[in-house]
Design a protein around this ligand. Sequence first.
Ligand code: PLP
Length: 463
Amino acid sequence: MYMRFMTAEPFRIKMVERLKKTTKEERQKWLKDAGYNAFKIKAENVYIDCITDSGTSAMSSEQWSALMLGDESYAGSKSFYKLEESVQDIFGMPYVQPTHQGRAADFIMAKLYAKEGKYAIGNMHFDTFRGNAEVLGALAVDYVVDNGKDTASPSHPFKGNIDLSKMEKLIEENGSDQISVVIITVTCNNNGGQPVSMQNIREVSNLAKSYNIPVVIDAARLSENAYFIQQREDGYHNKSIKEITREMFSYCETATMSSKKDGLVNIGGLFVTRNEDILKQAQQLAIVHEGFITYGGLAGRDLEALAVGLQEGVDEQYLEYRINQAKYLGDRLLEQGIPIIEPTGGHGVYVDGRRFFPHIPQNEFPSQRLVVALYEEAGVRAVEIGACAFGSKDPITGEDILPDVETMRIALSRRVYTNSHMDVIANALGEIYKNRNLYKGMKLVYEGPIISLRHFTAGFELL
Ligand SMILES: *Cc1c(COP(=O)(O)O)cnc(C)c1O
């Protein structure tokens, strides 16, 4: 009842950061200088930055005050115990090893769970785990449900789910000793921030347990996933977010987290487990690669800010704002006929490059062309997740292999932009969409030696 009029952001602004408005001529020059690669544009020349939601959150006044309480002791810092308590409260798991970023937790997890020549099953593995797994010689396979690859099936509520029959088939055909781990990424970043249902987490876990295969959750966006479960899954409407997160993690042995997402901080990661033996091994790796076990590569003040941020991340009023901001932008694009991945996911809106520019073939980078157009028109920086970022080459013929996904991701930073900024993005894309026939494709003129990382440094020309 009281909420009826209370539809705006559940915070007010205490400190502001100036944004620079620029001219189209300036932006055209900067684009040219950057080789038409958004990663090479200076951030100060961006009006609204949607290149990632990672490490870009605005901290609250509580977090800024917590920074001053940081205990910078090398060992046994008071701040570590506060973080440990906050993590235990949300994860319902006993053992916590902080790390400097999510990928460091991925590295430790890959070292302990990925095995040479054996499979690591996931919905869609995140790049940093895949990189670590491949270095170790493990076979990382993506078994997201077929619906999860279909950009236009709005009625499917949990497109991040793992396909149980594919998983069972792989186990049966190869023997369970050939599968070293199952990793569930919540939410599933690579197909649009799509959630995984509790039922799927439970069933994947039961299946894995029946074959003695350990389950790991990559929990970067744990609270967004929990909110989707509460809103969309039968039996969870009356459960609190924390009840839901604790149930999610009751089905896994270990969880990793990049705290730069739902931790609402700018740096940090977590390795969390219920297995004491795994903890001891993780601590050894942390000491070698990160720092002593009670700080793991972070300052005491970072641990404080994260302890508070995790709790703010599970606040329902915050999550309602967060998920509905993405939906607001998605709806404003849909009403103009712009093709996006439906339903809108948790941390951004993904525009379908192939359906937006149907006349531009995928090997001429339609989504990258859209990234360039959006920056040129409105100073908005998004990112391509398509032929450049996920393309590969046939190792024998050297021919291009084009990925299933072909999108432009508009990632939304947490608590940073208002819905007026969303309107700027929607209006600019509407204008580009009206004139879509005027745009031509692009040509890749430079790529670095490691193809899976080429999008960070690639250079393009406009055709
Ligand atoms: C960001 C992310 C990571 C890596 O975390 P960093 O903090 O960037 O090192 C791993 N997994 C998922 C799902 C992520 O979104």
